[in-house]
Design a protein around this ligand. Structure first.
Ligand SMILES: [Zn+2]
Ligand SMILES: [Zn+2]
Length: 394
């Protein structure tokens, strides 16, 4: 039975997967600068006798062909970049690149996919079809490594019928995984807004155009884009986390600067919301005698897990882990560049539980105390290998 063989192999390689993860965790690199990480992955692929192609500068793509004939192809994706965060954990594998930290678990994704590659290579004689391994750079930074790799043809020659991605989740206990069919994560756009007026003495408002008051109106009014124009059946979020009016008790500034984020799960509405926000902000500023530069930096699209593929993959995960270890996920309004794969190919992005409360491993991703329970690697490698083999029709 292939399942038992995979389970056995995944126990055999567990210590190596931990060691690889620790190596990557100790040596994190920022988005688009994953040179050493890329070389490390290349070295491991060499050890497995796999050839690879470089893409998007530091990205790597390799193929594992099952010995039995089949045209089917499934792609497995891991991201490799770290974040500009200083690690606060006191662990033997603490980041040695100060100010840079694997705080989103991409070290776990990369080491797990290398483990999966090892399992699949050892079992080559027993399955039909091709597994495409995608090690991509820069998930954390626009325009996103996924979009660049797609532009460079990562989903062609051969074209995968399915793309699977696995991401750590500190809300789920190690040993369990989570799935959600359909829309799962949000599109994310960054908003950079400057409201301009005419500054002066706070005692003489009649001689000035107060950008602070204009901003107060804009901030309040813009929430109507979400509460009055968005379809209540589809989520939208608008938040402004930065508002700088650098005046004083008695000084009205010339301008106010704002930064915010807009997230949703509908591409048509996303475009319409952009137009409405801009028009509303500019209109309010103008009506109050000022002006407004409303700039939108488009981020990742929303992530959708294709229904049929996700139902099948979830079923295979239940086979592999037992029903009790496969959970339902809620919508998550964060962004993920795996969304680009999901926009052009049938895709499934699922979550690997990495929480262990008894060891205090509970911190959110993107925090200085984030860590993963490495016991999760007992399932991360084999599960992905099993999902791939099953998806290929074996
Ligand atoms: Zn992240
Ligand atoms: Zn991530």
């Amino acid at each position: 039975m292939i399942k038992e063989q995979i389970q056995e192999l995944s126990q055999k390689i567990f210590n190596d997967v931990v060691a690889n993860r620790r190596h990557l965790h100790t040596n994190p690199e920022l988005s688009f600068h994953e040179q050493k990480t890329s070389a490390f992955v290349a070295g491991k692929l060499d050890e497995l006798g796999l050839t690879y192609e470089k893409m998007a500068d530091t990205g790597l793509v390799a193929l594992i062909k099952g010995d039995m004939p089949s045209d089917k192809v499934v792609a497995l994706r891991a991201d490799m970049d770290a974040l500009p965060i200083t690690e606060a954990n006191d662990v033997p594998y603490k980041s040695q690149n100060v100010g840079v930290m694997h705080a989103c678990g991409h070290d776990a994704h990369t080491s797990s996919l290398l483990g999966t590659a090892r399992i699949l290579t050892e079992l080559k004689s027993q399955f039909a079809g091709t597994v495409k391994l995608i090690f991509q750079p820069a998930e954390e930074k626009l325009p996103g490594g996924a979009s660049l790799m797609i532009k460079e043809g990562v989903l062609e020659n051969p074209k995968p019928q399915a793309v699977l991605g696995q991401h750590v989740m500190p809300l789920i206990d190690a040993g369990k995984v989570g799935f959600r069919a359909g829309k799962y994560m949000a599109s994310t756009d960054e908003l950079y807004v400057t409201v301009k007026g005419k500054g002066g003495h706070g005692a003489q408002p009649q001689q000035n155009i107060d950008p602070v008051i204009i901003t107060a109106h804009i901030l309040t009014a813009l929430q109507q884009v979400v509460s009055r124009f968005a379809d209540p059946k589809s989520p939208s979020v608008l938040s402004f986390g930065k508002v700088i009016a650098n005046g004083a008790t008695n000084v009205i500034p010339n301008e106010v600067y704002l930064e915010g984020t807009f997230r949703t799960m509908d591409e048509k509405w996303r475009d319409e919301a952009h137009k409405r926000m801009k028009k509303m902000a500019e209109g309010i500023a103008e009506s109050m005698g000022g002006s407004c530069d409303f700039n939108i930096m488009r981020g990742y699209p929303f992530l959708i897990n294709e229904e049929v593929l996700t139902a099948a993959t979830r079923g295979h995960a239940e086979d592999y882990l037992g029903k009790e270890n496969v959970l339902d996920l809620d919508i998550w309004m964060a962004a993920e560049d795996f969304a680009y794969y999901s926009q052009v190919a049938d895709s499934c992005f699922y979550r690997l539980g990495t929480r262990n409360e008894s060891r205090g491993i509970t911190s959110s991703v993107h925090t200085p105390t984030f860590d993963v329970e490495e016991d999760a690697f007992k399932i991360s490698t084999g599960l992905m290998a099993y999902l791939a083999i099953k998806q290929l029709g074996n």
